[in-house]
Design a protein around this ligand. Structure first.
Ligand SMILES: [Zn+2]
Ligand SMILES: [Zn+2]
Length: 326
């Protein structure tokens, strides 16, 4: 990529449409061929230019949101993760569980000027889409929102319907077409390469048509892997181990304990011990356990985190507001 340093120019602003970052009275642009009709390219652009790549959790709960005092520290909102290149003020989002409500408010309060905000979905179970109707930028006239389903190219027939049907008047007062933003729906292949870097997706065993999808993002030699809503049916899934191989950060489902998993085998989730096993076998540098069970309170998760760190020292249990640099 060629980084060109330019003084502010309205013509260039128009041509480069959003690919800018401001420093005082000057503006930096990253010059790339036109991405105006390629939303995956733009999504990858956002991800791959993140330096450093910051990962922040807005929801770490699995299955459904919970709200009680003893759940406050880890948080009760369901899955939503923000990726941020702070220097360029560029955001990409993974999953739209209830945590996306707070993220949307933050983006609006910060004066969101990113013309296209992309949300990539692991799958579309309620706990991963339920916050979408409350995502404030979706009500911003002129805002473009990309709904991305990486890995599902040719495998999904009505991506728009997945969002418009739950917004029918029987369920919600504002239909998709009256929210305000313009929505763009794209299903992509399992591996998309651009300028030597890529976003990779993998089908994971889950109780979902075609499985849920895990993601691997490369960013200038750094790699982030997100595998949530995944079950290792017959021992650790070696495809997932290879997928996560040598990642700088692995974020992995750990809804159950081993004991609980014997009761909930077939429910589509992992034990935290299995997440550790994946991290060890894949030689990842850092592990974050997420998708916490709605019955696991703060004290219990604290105790699991201590056990987890004995097995894999560079590990954490995800909390709302937790932010790490990859
Ligand atoms: Zn889930
Ligand atoms: Zn699920």
């Amino acid at each position: 990529m060629i980084l060109i340093y330019l003084f502010r120019s309205s013509k260039i602003d128009c041509l480069l449409d959003g690919l800018k970052s401001d420093y005082g009275n000057r503006t930096f642009y990253t010059l790339l061929p036109s991405f105006s009709n390629c939303h995956l390219c733009y999504f990858l652009y956002i991800l791959l230019n993140i330096h450093p790549l910051k990962v922040k959790f807005y929801g770490a709960r699995g299955s459904l949101p919970v709200c009680r005092r003893e759940f406050e520290r880890y948080g009760g909102n369901t899955t939503c993760i923000r990726l941020l290149r702070e220097q360029a003020n560029r955001v990409a989002i993974f999953d739209a569980g209830t945590g996306i409500r707070k993220l949307g408010k933050e983006l609006m309060n910060e004066g969101l000027d990113q013309k296209l905000v992309n949300i990539a979905f692991s799958h579309f179970h309620w706990d991963h889409i339920q916050g979408f109707p409350f995502f404030a930028p979706a009500y911003k006239v002129g805002q473009r929102i990309g709904i991305l389903a990486p890995g599902r190219k040719g495998k999904i027939t009505d991506l728009k319907g997945i969002f418009s049907i739950p917004l029918q008047q029987e369920y919600f007062p504002v239909p998709l077409e009256r929210m305000g933003a313009s929505f763009e729906f794209y299903a992509y292949g399992e591996e998309e390469t651009i300028y030597g870097a890529y976003l990779k997706s993998i089908s994971q065993h889950h109780i979902y048509p075609g499985g849920s999808y895990g993601f691997r993002v490369h960013d200038e030699g750094k790699s982030l892997v997100i595998c949530t809503d995944i079950e290792h049916i017959d021992g650790i899934d070696q495809k997932i181990v290879e997928f996560a191989r040598n990642a700088d950060l692995l974020i992995h489902d750990g809804q159950f304990t081993t004991e609980e998993y014997t009761k909930f085998k077939g429910w589509g989730h992992s034990s935290w011990e299995q997440a550790v096993e994946v991290a060890v076998q894949a030689n990842v540098k850092k592990l974050i356990i997420t998708h916490h069970d709605p019955d696991h309170n703060d004290d219990f998760l604290d105790s699991l985190e201590i056990q987890c760190q004995k097995l894999f020292p560079n590990s954490l249990f995800a909390k709302e507001e937790l932010e790490v640099v990859v």
